[in-house]
Every structure is written in structure tokens, then in C-alpha cells.
Design a binder for this molecule. Structure first.
Ligand SMILES: [Zn+2]
Length: 406
């Protein structure tokens, strides 16, 4: 017995340190974050990409052969509410279902999975109740829950009801959010959500500035929601890192965004979703025309913002049954004048930089996280292939989606 123990110990001591698992992928094409490459071998070691090599006529021995697919970096959805879950029980609506926080977190795995299936391997979640988003973020990071990696804001900051503006109190609120675990601070600076397109600004410039200054002092960033132009203008001037939604943006605001590098996340597609899902939500028929009107104005501002050189980010603003449609925003961006090659950075390199993950996410390159999406079709010619052609997804070196071709 003792001999055996000694022998085992000797064997263990002699064993080389455990090397990370190695996977070799072979694609017909790959868009690496800036260029389209042909005949590409991607070597994955553990959760990282070890190398990307183009121009190999045939797959190396032992490679997973995906020569009929184009590889893209894992996509990033900059605006979700992944903890908004509806179980579709007949007679209920998405809004108003009540359940315990832990039950919601468990059920919301389905939203997380639907997102992965669209090639989204990272989300910035901008607003949740009961710290449900903190729980999901942590469970995903532990590997205990399957889902995109999450950067989360906790509960958004809204204007106090009927009170006078109080910048100091707002700055304190931002500090409290960060202390409790928020990666980002989210501010609701105007009305407007679901079937309401009310553009009324509710948070003052001084309050926004106090929030941004408090967050930046802690090394955290701020996303400001504004449905109307005045709120967007104030958010940009207050040094928000990203501005969510918005219509009728004037040229001065667009120029200021370019100068400051503010990322604009127009979320055009979420109102399309509300129109499509109006019966599930029980929206009144008279709310539909204003939603359509907002979509048209939202698209028009996106067209001008893109032409002006504003950094634009893909955010779905997905809630409830919109998960699985996370990337449909890209179609609007192409309508706003982008080529597919110009639209893809809105879901990869631009969000990666905004999230301070420039050297880790948004590209297929050595040293980056092994987040790889295999797409059927020609994503650089037809953006619909990105939206509907995702067949296989790897996140942090593990295959999380594997769907046979049609
Ligand atoms: Zn939102």
C-alpha cells in the first residue's frame, strides 16, 4: 500500500502541468473584426483563441470542418433586459406577472439561451429588478448558468416623483448602485417605454452631470435613456458614455457625439417588436401609429448619425419574447446606409471598446476570448444571413449552440 502511494506520488510529480484543451476549427471564410479572410483555421486553447491563420486549402487533421460557414466574432448586444421573463400562460400579459426573484432568475435562462442562438455571446443588461441581473451575471461567470457574459446596471435611476431636481442625491444614488454591484449606471432621463413614445425629459442636465461625474470617479460608465432630442443633447453634454434611443437629433448634437466619442444605441427594432407583439401585451390599437412614427424618425436620425460619423452600437432593448431577435437591429442599420461590413462593427468592435473589453472581445485574433459564431450564407453581402443563418456558437472555448443546417 505504502509502495503504491509512493509510486502514485512520483507519477503525479512527474506529470506535466495540465495543458488547456485544444480545439481546431476550420472555416470557408472568417470576418475577424475588420477583414474577410478565406480558408481560415482557428486554434482554440482553453477559453482563448491561440491563432487565426488564413489560406489553408484544406482543414488540418482533427479540425472541426465548417468550410461551408463564415466565422464571425461573438456578437455583443448593448441593450437588453434579460430578466424580463413571460411564461406565456394564457390569460396573462408579459407585464404584471409576479413571482419570486429566484424563480425569475431561473426562468430567464431561456432568454439567455435564445440570445446565444443569435450569436450574441455578450450582453449589456440595462435595467432589472431585485438584483436579478447581478445573480444571472454571477451564475454565468461561474459556469453554473448557460448564457452570454453579462455587464449589468441593476436598477436604473429615475427622476424622483414630483420633487425638485437634486443633483447631489442623484450622484449619491449612482454611488450606491455601484457599491451594490452594478458594472454600469443606467439613467432613465425621459419618459417613453413599451407602447409609450413620450419624449418628455425627466432628469435635468445638472442631475445627469452629477451621476456621470460620480460614476466616472468610481471608474464606471453611464448609459442614459432618452426618447427625445433634448434629453439626448443633455446626456451627450453631461458626458454619458452611451445614449439609448432618441429621435430628431440635431446636427450640433451629432457633431458633439463625434467629438466626444459618445456611442449612440438607437434601438430602432424594439418598437417593431412592440408592434408585432401588440396582442401579447394588450396594447391599444391607437398606440400603433405613434410607434410606427417613432420607428421612422429613429431610422432617419440613425441615417444622419451614421453619415456624420457617430459611433453607433447594436442594442436590441430586448424584453420578454423578443429574445432570439437580438440582432434584427442590424437590418435597420443597413437600411440607414451601412454596408454589412459597416454594420458588423456595431455588434463587435464598437461595443467591445465601450465595455472596456477592446483586447478581449469583438475580434477573432490570438489572445481574444474564444467566442466564435458560424454563419451559413454570405454575411458580408447579406445582413439577413447574420440574423437568420447562425448555426453554431462557441463561447469561452465551449460550444453553446450547435444546430444542423437546413
Ligand atoms: Zn431598455
Amino acid at each position: 500500500m505504502r509502495l503504491l502511494v509512493v509510486a502514485l506520488a512520483a507519477l503525479l510529480a512527474a506529470a506535466p502541468p495540465q495543458s488547456p484543451s485544444r480545439t481546431v476549427l476550420y472555416f470557408g471564410h472568417a470576418w475577424d473584426g475588420s477583414r474577410l479572410l478565406d480558408a481560415v483555421t482557428i486554434v482554440v486553447e482553453g477559453d482563448r483563441i491561440a491563432s487565426v491563420t488564413a489560406g489553408q486549402a484544406r482543414p488540418p487533421a482533427g479540425a472541426i470542418d465548417m468550410r461551408h460557414y463564415t466565422a464571425l466574432p461573438g456578437l455583443i448586444d448593448l441593450h437588453t433586459h434579460v430578466t424580463y421573463y413571460w411564461d406565456r400562460t394564457p390569460g396573462t400579459r408579459p407585464l404584471g406577472q409576479r413571482r419570486r426573484a429566484a424563480v425569475t432568475v431561473f426562468l430567464a435562462q431561456e432568454n439567455a439561451m435564445r440570445s446565444l442562438e443569435t450569436g450574441v455571446t455578450t450582453i449589456r443588461d440595462l435595467g432589472a429588478a431585485n438584483e436579478n441581473d447581478f445573480a444571472m451575471r454571477d451564475l454565468v461567470a461561474m459556469g453554473a448558468m448557460k448564457g452570454p457574459r453579462m455587464f449589468v446596471a441593476g436598477q436604473g435611476i429615475s427622476a424622483g416623483r414630483g420633487g425638485t431636481p437634486d443633483p447631489a442625491a442623484m450622484g449619491k444614488l449612482a454611488e450606491d448602485r455601484i457599491k451594490s454591484g452594478s458594472d454600469w449606471v443606467k439613467v432613465y432621463a425621459s419618459r417613453g417605454s413599451f407602447d409609450s413614445v413620450d419624449t418628455t425629459q425627466t432628469v435635468t442636465f445638472d442631475e445627469m452631470k452629477a451621476i456621470v461625474d460620480a460614476a466616472h470617479a468610481q471608474g464606471k460608465k453611464v448609459a442614459i435613456h432618452s426618447y427625445g432630442a433634448a434629453g439626448v443633447k443633455d446626456a451627450v453634454r453631461a458626458a454619458a458614455d452611451s445614449v439609448e434611443h432618441g429621435i430628431e437629433l440635431d446636427q450640433e448634437t451629432l457633431a458633439e457625439m463625434v467629438k466626444r466619442g459618445t456611442v449612440w444605441v438607437p434601438t430602432i427594432d424594439h418598437n417593431r417588436y412592440y408592434v408585432d407583439a401588440k396582442d401579447d401585451f394588450g396594447f391599444k390599437p391607437e398606440s400603433i401609429a405613434p410607434l410606427q412614427d417613432y420607428i421612422a424618425k429613429n431610422l432617419e436620425s440613425t441615417r444622419r448619425a451614421f453619415a456624420a460619423g457617430v459611433k453607433i452600437g447594436m442594442g436590441s432593448d430586448a424584453v420578454f419574447t423578443m429574445f432570439g431577435q437580438n440582432t434584427r437591429e442590424l437590418e435597420w442599420f443597413v437600411r440607414a446606409g451601412m454596408t454589412p461590413a459597416q454594420a458588423l462593427p456595431t455588434a463587435t468592435t464598437i461595443p467591445a471598446e465601450l465595455l472596456d473589453q477592446k483586447g478581449r472581445l469583438g475580434r477573432l485574433a490570438a489572445g481574444f476570448a474564444a467566442d466564435v459564431v458560424a454563419v451559413d450564407g454570405k454575411p458580408l453581402e447579406n445582413i439577413a444571413d447574420v440574423i437568420r443563418g447562425v448555426r453554431w456558437v462557441m463561447k469561452d472555448g465551449a460550444v453553446v449552440v450547435n444546430r444542423p443546417a437546413r
